[in-house]
Design a protein around this ligand. Structure first.
Ligand code: TUI
Length: 309
């Protein structure tokens, strides 16, 4: 039995990425119903908005699901209260250290799976009582670390005893098999699920991912200390220009704020921040989550059986 499946009570070791705005109840419940772990992303949203997503998700699936807590959110304390009140089975965390909430979460029986960008932070999370860690390489979308998935995952695997879930640059069965070869026991997949039928993002967001070429998922905002990977467009170019011209962190953050909502809701291809992983250029179609997960598993199983022979 796979340890990640065992710990999380799921059929396949596939965890959906906690994509702010994009990961709502319809997507999360579809992934959970298909045998993975669907995730509702709290992002920067207030408590009541996420409570509604949790309630909707519970109506649409009786399988385990999770909430991604974005630790830079101004509402993070409220979101922690919420996941405890709602008895959410699993949380993933991003963009920081969930340490100060760990005791309360564990006491409430919530499994905590932090996203980590380095071996050092993974070891810290294990000590604090994390159930597993997600080692997320810089290929991923949104807020990124420095190390690639290829370099990060085996080092985290060697450094901790809890299960490691690989993330960043995975969208097909080859990526799943490669992750297992590196010692991971599960994968977190984000960008591939944007291009699912159940994802509630604007059609233009899905088109941006499908039309992306191999070097289109670019990182901006390194100078602010919060580097973000998104698809190249007018906004990313303007951001890059202002960054080169020495704009202040405040000016840059003002330019970036709200971009994700514009991408998700309005689908404005010029003004939106279309956060996406590098793997966007390999995604060519929009399918139901069930089909995505089935082909990931079939392809990965076939590769792993070929290795056995
Ligand atoms: O969190 C993500 N991806 C995200 S968050 C996000 S919303 C946002 N928007 C603008 C600026 C910042 C965030 C969009 N995409 N991925 C997981 C992730 N976590 N990547 C890196 C980290 C991380 C970084 C530092 C995790 C822990 C950490 O710990 C530092 C410490 O305190 O030791």
């Amino acid at each position: 039995m796979n340890k990640v499946c065992d710990l999380l009570g799921i059929k396949y070791p596939i965890i959906q990425g906690g994509m702010a705005w994009v990961a709502t109840a319809p997507l999360a419940s579809a992934v959970s119903n298909a045998g993975g772990l669907g995730i509702i992303a709290a992002g920067n949203a207030p408590k009541d908005a996420i409570r509604k997503e949790i309630e909707d998700c519970k109506k649409m699936t009786d399988k385990p699901y999770g909430v991604n807590v974005m630790l830079l959110s101004p509402f993070v304390d409220d979101i922690i209260d919420l996941v405890i009140e709602e008895k959410v089975p699993v949380i993933t965390t991003g963009a920081g250290n969930p340490g100060k909430y760990m005791d309360r979460l564990k006491e409430a029986g919530i499994k905590v799976v932090p996203v980590v960008p380095s071996k050092a932070i993974a070891m810290k999370m294990e000590k604090m009582g994390a159930t597993a860690v997600i080692a997320e390489g810089t290929e991923s979308g949104g807020h990124v670390g420095e190390l690639t998935t290829m370099v990060l995952v085996p080092q985290v695997v060697d450094a901790v005893s809890i299960p490691v879930i690989a993330a960043g640059g995975i969208a097909d069965g080859r990526g799943v098999a490669a992750s297992f070869a590196l010692g991971a026991q599960g994968v977190q997949i984000g960008t591939r699920f944007i291009c699912s039928d159940e994802c509630t993002a604007h059609q233009n967001y899905k088109e941006m991912v499908i039309n992306a070429k191999e070097r289109d998922a670019v990182v901006t905002g390194r100078s602010t200390g919060h580097p973000v990977r998104s698809l190249k467009n007018k906004l990313s170019k303007e951001f890059e220009k202002q960054e080169k011209n020495g704009a202040s962190v405040e000016e840059l953050e003002k330019l970036g704020v709200g971009g994700l909502r514009i991408a998700y809701q309005d689908g404005d291809k010029d003004k939106g921040s279309f956060m996406s992983g590098q793997i966007a250029s390999m995604i060519k179609d929009i399918k139901p989550c069930e089909e995505i997960i089935q082909s990931l598993m079939n392809e990965a199983t076939k590769i792993m059986e070929e290795i056995k022979m």
